[in-house]
Design a protein around this ligand. Structure first.
Ligand SMILES: Nc1nc2c(ncn2[C@@H]2O[C@H](COP(=O)(O)OP(=O)(O)OP(=O)(O)O)[C@@H](O)[C@H]2O)c(=O)[nH]1
Ligand SMILES: [Mg+2]
Length: 453
């Protein structure tokens, strides 16, 4: 996702960071590159123009030009402007109405409407505890109704019957009555794919909207379709009182233009983002997270969440206490941390999410593969308890014994002890501040300062 922009932005900013002081020329050159990158990513021209001008105005101030870290100051501005462009915060679905709250999905053919109906159904059931029903008004594409029925069944969602021989307006009317009678909280309505230039079909969706009076009317937009989808968004927005969009197939799109353009064109926020074909592949659209990804800051937020989720809180607390008490960070603690990192999908996974590492992650991940983890754990396993708590007693002959026991070489033992020493120092420094999650939060360079590797 957003790989193209992320790569370009990383390059542009690493160039700018190279200057001690930024001049007006540096900024203008940088902005020219940003402009090209955005256009290549399929961001609509008026959006690009405004965006660049806003950034230019804000960056040519004394504050940025005389800043000691002008590159950082500029990134901060770009980050803020990107977030504003996408709508600042995630806008939740509004379902606060007399039930059933109707959600109508509309969009071009193949955009992902039917798939998204099921994803939304699962999301609302799991996250909001809603009793959800799905219904299809797509009587045009053979098999479309069946497709929704199968998805409903697979996901254990209620499906209200509709027939290809029936009129969409009838289906809508009857569906609404049934959903009311059966006390569903939410009714998600799938509609046929249509071209925005097809007057008859656009009239049809308008009349479906009138019948259903949905509280949410969402435009489903395929991230891969680029400019065409953007033009369609404008037309759908003219026809229907859209309340937002859902961006699909973001997992397969490297450019990200739609994410940056839709809000500007329709004035309505993107509420969700589809990131795969499975029913659980739907996330809330968070402008700040998307911006971090685009700026090559990695998906630090989700990494922190992951660390917090996976880190054994009790062990971490115990460790913190112990270090505070002056008992120090032992090789046993180190082994625990290694195992935890391993359970988070290995160092490759962690590094991928760290700031500025997208470009090098392939290399790094290969160098520090998970084999390395296993090796380090094996070495610690081969030590005696005394050695684990007092590594300074590990002399030459002990090293030979440990190496033989763990199937490694004496150099490996030396390397581990060095890494451990480093880690121990870092731990001392950070133990008062909350452990690994905090170390990662503070990461600003190409690798977290607390990593021993
Ligand atoms: N990779 C990926 N594929 C998706 C996503 N959403 C939908 N798809 C795929 O896109 C294709 C079309 O999805 P549908 O849900 O049938 O699209 P639709 O808008 O209902 O299509 P019509 O009813 O024919 O207009 C299917 O193969 C889906 O699996 C997504 O977020 N990521
Ligand atoms: Mg469909």
């Amino acid at each position: 996702m957003f790989d193209l922009l992320s790569e370009k932005f990383t390059d542009i900013f690493s160039n700018l960071r190279g200057y001690g002081r930024l001049t007006e020329k540096h900024i203008n050159d940088g902005l020219r590159d940003v402009r090209v990158a955005l256009l290549e990513a399929d961001v609509a021209l008026p959006v690009v123009r405004n965006f660049i001008e806003d950034i230019r105005t804000r960056s040519l101030t004394k504050e940025v030009l005389t800043s000691l870290t002008p590159g950082q100051a500029l990134i901060k501005i770009v980050n803020e402007e990107l977030i504003a462009l996408m709508g600042n915060n995630n806008e939740a679905l509004k379902l606060n109405t007399q039930p059933p709250a109707v959600i109508l999905l509309a969009g071009l053919q193949g955009a992902g409407k039917t798939t998204t109906c099921a994803k939304l159904g699962v999301f609302l059931r799991e996250r909001e505890n809603k009793k959800v029903a799905l219904i299809s008004c797509d009587v045009y594409r053979p098999g479309a109704i069946k497709q929704l029925q199968i998805l409903a069944k697979e996901n254990d969602l209620s499906w209200l019957e509709s027939k290809e021989s029936d009129k969409p307006s009838n289906i809508a009317r009857n569906g609404l009555t049934t959903a009311k009678r059966q006390l569903f909280d939410v009714l998600i309505v799938d509609s046929a794919g249509r071209l925005h230039v097809d007057v008859e079909m656009m009239d049809e969706i308008k009349s479906l909207h009138n019948i259903l009076n949905p509280i949410e009317t969402l435009f489903v937009i395929d991230a891969m379709m680029g400019q065409d989808a953007i033009n369609a968004a404008a037309e759908f927005n003219n026809t229907l009182p859209l309340t937002g969009s859902i961006l699909t197939k973001a997992d397969s799109d490297a450019r990200g233009g739609a994410a940056l353009t839709v809000k500007y064109i329709t004035g309505k926020p993107i509420k969700f983002i589809g990131v795969g074909e499975r029913s659980e592949d739907l996330s809330l659209f968070n402008p700040d997270r998307i911006s971090s990804q685009i700026l090559g800051m990695g998906d630090v937020l989700s990494l922190i969440e992951e660390v917090e989720k996976k880190t054994d809180k009790e062990k971490a607390l115990k460790l913190n206490k112990k270090i505070k008490k002056g008992q120090g960070f032992s090789l046993v603690d180190f082994r625990d941390q290694l195992r935890q990192m391993s359970s988070m999908g290995g160092i490759g996974n962690i590094i991928n999410k760290l700031p500025g590492t997208q470009k090098i992650s392939g290399n790094l991940a290969a160098q520090i593969n998970d084999h390395e983890f296993t090796k380090l754990v094996a070495i610690i396993d081969s030590m005696t308890t005394k050695e684990r708590f007092e590594p300074k007693i590990i002399n030459g002959s002990r090293k030979k014994r440990i190496a033989a026991g763990s199937g490694t070489k004496v150099q490996d033992i030396n390397k581990l002890l060095k890494q451990f020493n480093h880690m121990q120092k870092m731990m001392k420094k950070f133990s008062n501040k909350g452990g690994l999650a905090k170390i990662l939060k503070g990461a600003g360079g190409s690798k977290p300062s607390g990593f021993p590797f």
